[in-house]
Write a protein that binds this ligand. Structure first.
Ligand SMILES: Nc1ncnc2c1ncn2[C@@H]1O[C@H](COP(=O)(O)OP(=O)(O)O)[C@@H](O)[C@H]1O
Ligand SMILES: Cc1ncc(COP(=O)(O)O)c(N)n1
Length: 268
């Protein structure tokens, strides 16, 4: 069994954040662990409250996991303040963490700011250089490069610019553009495109969390980066295709569809 850690925010409605990450880790046959950075009160219609944890609590969660259990990959999601970002950076360096996936969460689909504006610089300075891969969506990539992205060519250029900020690989996710759902992976030498059909649904709460956690799970299982991203793309496409129309807003992805289908529990 491979063990994967998520360092992220809790989403009370279970569609994004820590909850999406742990479901993804389980569905992909890995053992999931968590260090919570903030507790959010949210549902499919929006984020209603955010309570950041203090840095001692964040550090203690990370340290006690690394002191006891082998961590084969770690995914970092919502980290709202510079202090928490710096603490995570320090802990991961001290513990020699490997297979680090950074999802630079900034704003929720429901338009709530999950990263304090002044913490963006710390994210770039501390987390990007530690990342084996960073996975911005289009608005996050635009914020990082301070420019606008409207085409796949723009995504490639953004990937080059973000690569220069220090991560070993960059994926720009195309979920926010029109047309097919195209993601671009850049490793400093080659640009690889992952193309999936765009699924017509409003139920995309937690897609970015699910995708980055799937990459972490596959890296933990020993996949090379390109193969991990390809497998994660298949996973997220299936999870969106069978997403759940829960609540009055954007419903969540379905993590157990592939497993249930294989077990003969789903008949279509
Ligand atoms: N409607 C959709 N149909 C198919 N794939 C999608 C759709 N929306 C997003 N994706 C894919 O889901 C993954 C997460 O992307 P995105 O939604 O852009 O991230 P985020 O949740 O961070 O905004 C990417 O692989 C993207 O291409
Ligand atoms: C705790 C937490 N982490 C991340 C997201 C982003 O997910 P989305 O962009 O789908 O709203 C979220 N809404 N909540």
């Amino acid at each position: 069994m491979k063990n994967v850690l998520t360092i992220a925010g809790s989403d009370s409605c279970g569609g994004a954040g820590i909850q999406a990450d742990l479901k993804t880790f389980s569905a992909l046959g890995t053992y999931g662990m968590s260090a919570i950075t903030a507790v959010t009160a949210q549902n499919t219609t929006g984020v209603f409250m955010v309570k950041e944890l203090d840095v001692e609590t964040v550090a203690a969660q990370i340290n006690c996991i690394y002191d006891d259990i082998e961590v084969h990959a770690v995914k970092i999601g919502m980290v709202s303040s510079s202090e928490i970002i710096e603490t995570i950076g320090r802990c991961l360096m001290e513990k020699g963490a490997r297979n680090i996936v950074v999802d630079p969460v900034m704003v929720s689909k429901s338009k709530y700011k999950l990263l304090r504006p002044e913490a963006c610089a710390a994210l770039v300075k501390v987390l990007l250089p530690l990342a084996d891969v960073v996975t911005p969506n289009i608005p996050e990539a635009e914020e990082l490069i301070k420019g606008s992205i409207g085409t796949v060519e723009d995504m490639k250029q953004a990937a080059r610019e973000i690569y220069d900020m220090g991560p070993k690989n960059v994926i720009i996710k195309g979920g926010h553009l029109a047309g097919d759902a195209v993601d671009v992976l850049y490793d400093g030498r080659r640009m690889v495109l992952f193309e999936g059909p765009r699924i017509a649904t409003r139920n995309t709460h937690g897609t970015g969390c699910t995708f980055s956690s799937a990459i972490a799970a596959y890296l933990a299982r020993g996949y090379a980066m390109k193969e991990a991203v390809g497998a994660a793309k298949e996973y997220i496409t299936t999870a969106i295709a069978h997403s759940l129309a829960l609540g009055r807003g954007a419903g969540p992805t379905h993590h157990f569809y592939s497993l249930y289908k294989k077990a003969g529990l789903i008949h279509e």
